[in-house]
Design a protein around this ligand. Sequence first.
Ligand SMILES: *[C@@H]1O[C@H](CO)[C@@H](O)[C@H](O)[C@H]1NC(C)=O
Ligand SMILES: *[C@@H]1O[C@H](CO)[C@@H](O)[C@H](O)[C@H]1NC(C)=O
Ligand SMILES: *[C@@H]1O[C@H](CO)[C@@H](O)[C@H](O)[C@H]1NC(C)=O
Ligand SMILES: *[C@@H]1O[C@H](CO)[C@@H](O)[C@H](O)[C@H]1NC(C)=O
Ligand SMILES: *[C@@H]1O[C@H](CO)[C@@H](O)[C@H](O)[C@H]1NC(C)=O
Length: 419
Amino acid sequence: MRQIFCALPQLFLVAVPLLLFNPSETVRSRYPVRWTLVTPTSSLLKDLGTEYKEEINSATNTTVVLKDTPMEKPRNVIVRKLTKSEKKVLQRYTPNELAAQRLFLADQEAVLSIPTEAPGWVYNKTAADSFRHRVISGRFGNSSFLVTQENTHVNTNLKTYFRKPQNIKVTTEELRRFPKESPFKTRRFKTCSVVGNGGILNGSGCGEEIDASEFVLRCNTPPMDDKYWKDIGRRTNLITMNPGQVNFRYNSFGNKKKFEKIAFKRASKAFQEAKEAFLQDLSVYGDSYLFIEAFLYKLSAKRAFLAHQVLLESHAKYEVIFPHPDFIRSVHSYWNESGVVAPRVSTGLLMTSVATQICEEVHLYGFWPFHSDRNNRRLTEHYYDNALPSDAHKISEEFKQLQRLHNTGVLRLTTTACQ
Ligand SMILES: *[C@@H]1O[C@H](CO)[C@@H](O)[C@H](O)[C@H]1NC(C)=O
Ligand SMILES: *[C@@H]1O[C@H](CO)[C@@H](O)[C@H](O)[C@H]1NC(C)=O
Ligand SMILES: *[C@@H]1O[C@H](CO)[C@@H](O)[C@H](O)[C@H]1NC(C)=O
Ligand SMILES: *[C@@H]1O[C@H](CO)[C@@H](O)[C@H](O)[C@H]1NC(C)=O
Ligand SMILES: *[C@@H]1O[C@H](CO)[C@@H](O)[C@H](O)[C@H]1NC(C)=O
C-alpha cells in the first residue's frame, strides 16, 4: 500500500513535465531562411521551402510558416525549444488578421489627428547644429560616439545602460576589438538616408532617392530582396544588428547558452552552420559598418563579441562598431527630456541621432508608426511583413518628435511616396 502511495507521486512527477513539454514549441531546422512552429499534425511541414503561407491559429493547431525572415526573428539553425522571450517574438510574428484589422481601424482614426509635416522643407543648419550638440550633451565631439582605443583603455569600466547598470572592465583582448579611432572622426557626409522599416515604404518608390544620398543607414538587418529595391534602395553603408540575434538566430554559434564565451567548437556542425548562415545573412549589406549595441547589458556584450570574433576569423569585410554606452545614455536622456519616456529609444530614433553626428542633411524614410496611410490605405507593420507591433518603445511619441525636427529644418521626414 505504502509503495503505491509513493509510486503515484513519482508517476506524477514524470507525467507533468511531459504534459508541459509542448512539441509545438520546438523549432525545426531547415536551411535557408525559414522558421516554423509546427504541431505534429501539421500538414504544412511538407510545404516548407515554397511560398509564403499564412495560417490563422486555431486553439489546437498552431502552424506558422514565414518566408523572408528578417533577422530579428529566430533562425532555425538548430532544433531546440523556444525560450520565453522567443515565444513572445513568435507571437508577434504569427499572422493574426483580426488583430491587424483592429490596428488598421484604430490607426485610421489616429491618423486623422496627425498634422501633416510643414511643406517646402529647407535645411536649417543653425537648428541642426544645435540639435547635434544637444543630443550628445556636447560630450562626444568629433564623431567619437563609438568605443575606440582613444576613449577606452585596459581597465576602463564601460557602464551598461539597460535597466540596472553594470560595469564591464575592458581587458587587453577586448581593447583590440575597438578601432584605434572612430572611422567617422574626420568625415562628414553631405546627405544621409536613415531607412526605417515601416510598411509605409511599400509602394513608395523611394529607392532611387535613398540610393542617391551619400551614406545609407538601415536598422535591424531587414530583408533586401530584389522585389523591395524600388521602394527601399539597394545601398547600405551602415547596418545595425541586435545582439540578441546572435543567440536566437545563430544559437550563439554553438556555445553553451550559459557561458556564451569565445570557445567555439570550430569543427562542429552547429558552429559551421551558424557561421555560414550569419555570413550569408550579412552578405546583402555590401561592405557596411555593422553597428552593434553591445553595451546594453553584460550578456549582450558577450554576444556582440561572439559575432565580432566570427567575422574576424572569417576575414569578413564588415567593420564592427560599438556605440559608446555613455553616448547612448546621453541620447536617451535627451529624448527622455523631450518626452519620449521609455526604457530604451527605438533603433530608428537612435540611428537618427547617430546620423546627425556624421551627416549634414539627414533624410528619413520608412518612419510612420501607423497601419494606415493618409489615404486610408492599410499598411503592414514592416515593408516586408505583417508582424504585430512590439510595445517596447514609445513609437508614436517618437514620431511627434521627428515631425518637430522636420518642421524646424533639422532633418527631413518623408511620409509620402517619392516622385
Ligand atoms: C488539426 O489539424 C489536423 C491535421 O492537419 C486536422 O485533421 C484537424 O481537423 C485540425 N484540428 C482543428 C481543431 O483545426
Ligand atoms: C533656423 O533655426 C534657428 C534656430 O532654431 C532660428 O532662429 C532661425 O529663425 C531658423 N531659420 C530659418 C530661416 O527658419
Ligand atoms: C575635436 O578636434 C579638434 C581638432 O582635432 C580638437 O581641438 C577638439 O578639442 C576636439 N573636440 C572634442 C570635443 O573632442
Ligand atoms: C526621464 O524623465 C523623467 C521626467 O520626465 C525623469 O523623472 C526620469 O528620471 C528620466 N529618466 C532618465 C533615465 O533620464
Ligand atoms: C505591398 O503592397 C502590395 C500592393 O498593395 C501588396 O500586395 C503586398 O502584400 C504588400 N506587401 C507587404 C509585405 O505588405
